[in-house]
Design a protein around this ligand. Structure first.
Ligand code: PMP
Length: 309
């Protein structure tokens, strides 16, 4: 159970971290957030936060989109998070949620001239989607929000109504998640994860101007695929029909981690089993995030202190 949150400039008991029903962000979706994972290494009795500064840099870019000035640098937000997690003292995998929001209480849609609020809390979290056996995606009847409407590049609270429409439609139709097309009909991503496929030995993903979130896991997987597997990478538009021709497909994101996809729109991907490249990428990834690969220790922030009492 979560005990603490960073709220109004201090770490407080979670029960004290409340906002009014009149809060601007609650009414209009004028917030933005981040999502980080802490990985517990049982052997080392150590929690590691993955790519904390990269997450907070992206968080600050989202805040800038919404004309927010949080008054903290990425380094300062990382410090606060380390403090918060050392107080929580999780001994299992967890998820960390920083949330910046238009805190002014009142009616009136705009971004400027409003107060900005900031909170950070964490919850225990295991796997969000199955990662051992593959999942089945269905192409969504919804399209991804466009950069000309709500920029997908930012993790903006309001645009997650788009993700929620997509996710519920997929699940209620019997799929695990969705393949989401952008306004010009190319693949963007899943409901809350980036999309990649393997075709003829190359790792192919959508380019960052195809209305996708610039995923931290996406950049991690691309780097590991090149450095560890020597794969060549293509970042380019992907047609829906090209996905059916892929040898392997994966979704990646902080929540989903690396989830193999074995069917799309009732068509098996490859032979319908989790493929060898996705399996290898998963193994490499989990060693890295749990602190078992020295070469990538720089991506990890250990939470040292255990404050008790
Ligand atoms: N796309 C969307 C829409 C997401 O919500 C997420 C999860 N943050 C991702 C992609 C994956 O991004 P990351 O790897 O940074 O978690």
């Amino acid at each position: 159970m979560t005990q603490f949150a960073f709220f109004n400039g201090a770490i407080v008991p979670i029960a004290e971290a409340h906002v009014s029903v009149m809060t601007h962000a609650l009414n209009y979706g004028t917030g933005c957030f981040g999502g980080l994972r802490g990985y517990w290494n049982t052997g080392q009795q150590q929690l590691y936060v993955f790519r904390i500064l990269d997450h907070y840099r992206r968080f600050l870019h989202s805040a800038k989109l919404l004309m927010m000035d949080l008054g903290y640098s990425a380094e300062e937000l990382a410090e606060i998070t380390v403090d918060l997690l050392s107080r929580e003292a999780w001994t299992e995998d967890c998820y960390i949620r920083p949330l910046a929001y238009k805190a002014t209480e009142g009616i009136g849609v705009k971004l400027h001239g409003l107060a900005d609020g900031l909170t950070i809390f964490s919850v225990p979290m295991g796997n969000y989607l199955p990662i051992e056996h593959g999942i089945h995606l269905g192409t969504s009847s919804w399209r991804r929000v466009d950069d000309t409407a709500i920029p997908a590049r930012g993790k903006i609270s309001g645009s997650y109504a788009n993700s929620a429409l997509i996710k519920s439609e997929a699940q209620l139709n019997g799929y695990d998640d969705a393949l989401v097309l952008n306004q010009d009909g190319h693949v963007s991503e899943a409901s809350a994860a980036n999309f990649m496929m393997v075709r003829n030995g190359k790792l192919i993903t959508t380019s960052i101007s195809d209305n996708v979130l610039e995923g931290i896991t996406r950049s991690t997987v691309l780097q590991l695929a090149q450095e560890r597997l020597g794969l060549s990478i293509e970042e380019r538009p992907i047609d829906r029909s090209e996905v059916y021709a892929a040898d392997e497909v994966l979704l990646c994101g902080t929540g989903v981690q690396i989830s193999p996809v074995t069917a799309v729109d009732h068509r098996a991907i490859g032979n319908g089993k989790v493929g060898p490249i996705v399996t290898e990428l998963q193994q490499i990834f989990f060693r890295v995030v749990r602190g078992e690969d020295e070469a990538y220790r720089g991506w990890l922030t250990p939470i040292m202190e255990r404050v008790t009492g």
